[in-house]
Write a protein that binds this ligand. Sequence first.
Ligand SMILES: Cc1cc2nc3c(=O)[nH]c(=O)nc-3n(C[C@H](O)[C@H](O)[C@H](O)COP(=O)(O)O)c2cc1C
Length: 407
Amino acid sequence: MPTLAQQHILLGISGGIAAYKAAELTRLMIKAGAEVRVCMTEGATHFVTPLTFQALSGNPVHTTLLDPEAEAGMGHIELARWADQIVIAPASANCIARLAHGFADDLLTTLCLASKAPLHIAPAMNQQMWANAATQANIATLKSRHIKLLGPASGAQACGDIGFGRMLEPEQIMQLLQADTSALPLNGVKVILTAGPTREAIDPVRFISNRSSGKMGYALAEAAQALGAKVTLISGPVALQAPPDVTLIKVESAEQMLNATLAHMPEQNIFIATAAVADYTPQEVVDKKIKKSATELSLPLKRTQDILATVTDRYPELFSVGFAAETHDLMTYARGKLERKNLQMVAANSVAGGKVFDQETNALEVVWRDGQHSFPEMPKRELAQQLMQLIAARYHSFKDIRSCVLN
Ligand SMILES: Cc1cc2nc3c(=O)[nH]c(=O)nc-3n(C[C@H](O)[C@H](O)[C@H](O)COP(=O)(O)O)c2cc1C
């Protein structure tokens, strides 16, 4: 299921009595794996101190727009771009009014105007303020701009009134945020991956295979799904469980992997080929077990069809990512593969001395046409999450460039 893991959340806090609940919300977001930066209105700082949020989020808290020192750190536009989503909790009546009218007279409202990130607001105010026609008109304006409302709830209020206007509890806000996949970078994107080794049959009991465990491909499938993608995994024989909700197609040979990949290819957006596909397969599969007789046995092999090259040839508009396992000259081979197979990205790992296969950790050199990135050695699951973030970012810029060219 998609999560907030690795999401950049800008948490806006405005001046209401429920501001203290934002501390628990920050803690829950961090626990869910999000990176949180907090922006407080001046009003909010009278209810709770920025220090609380600095300690909880592990990042400096942003409070003023016209602060040269803050601009030298992470400026307001940079912060607006950094955010994958903005959540304002609590959102005061005043904050809601200023958002509805497009004000940019403090840091929080300026960030909201300057960011393309989806905006969620959790209103919190006295029931009469909530019911007021002015507030209701402002809420209607925000809804018409697809700003998402989290609550409010009904119940006893700090002022003694009872009615609508209470901020949702932090756990309820988290549930709604986690159920909303629209802010995830691969929301609506279809990703197909190949993973694991292939088995090329020699006779009914023997085969040629390799040491691939499929761990990297399965971790990438999980990471893609966590970013909101709809994932199809074409897998060779491995001892791994596919993440729930992934469409899993099990295959054995290189030929079966090619056929399954092509059958599921139409309408995919991203193709990631992590499988260690056999380059050669026996010319013939003997239908009875080969008996031990001669002192030597030769096994004529033939080339298998290259899955990656076949796919990129038939689907040149696809964002295709290849993996390269090399024992030497990593970058040279990776760049060569990028050009030769018309790929958008190549992730190369060193397999010198049997490294990588069936290991828990890995390091990668990733190249694309006008850039590259090195991932140091780390657990495969963590590496897959970071690589998937990079793939998502490159996919979006590839799509933007394509749509500029086509328009
Ligand atoms: C004790 C106290 C509690 C308040 N609680 C709320 C509240 O829950 N919701 C709200 O909209 N305004 C509340 N206000 C009023 C806001 O603090 C005020 O409108 C302020 O200008 C909001 O500024 P901001 O939206 O820039 O943070 C409260 C004011 C006081 C003095």
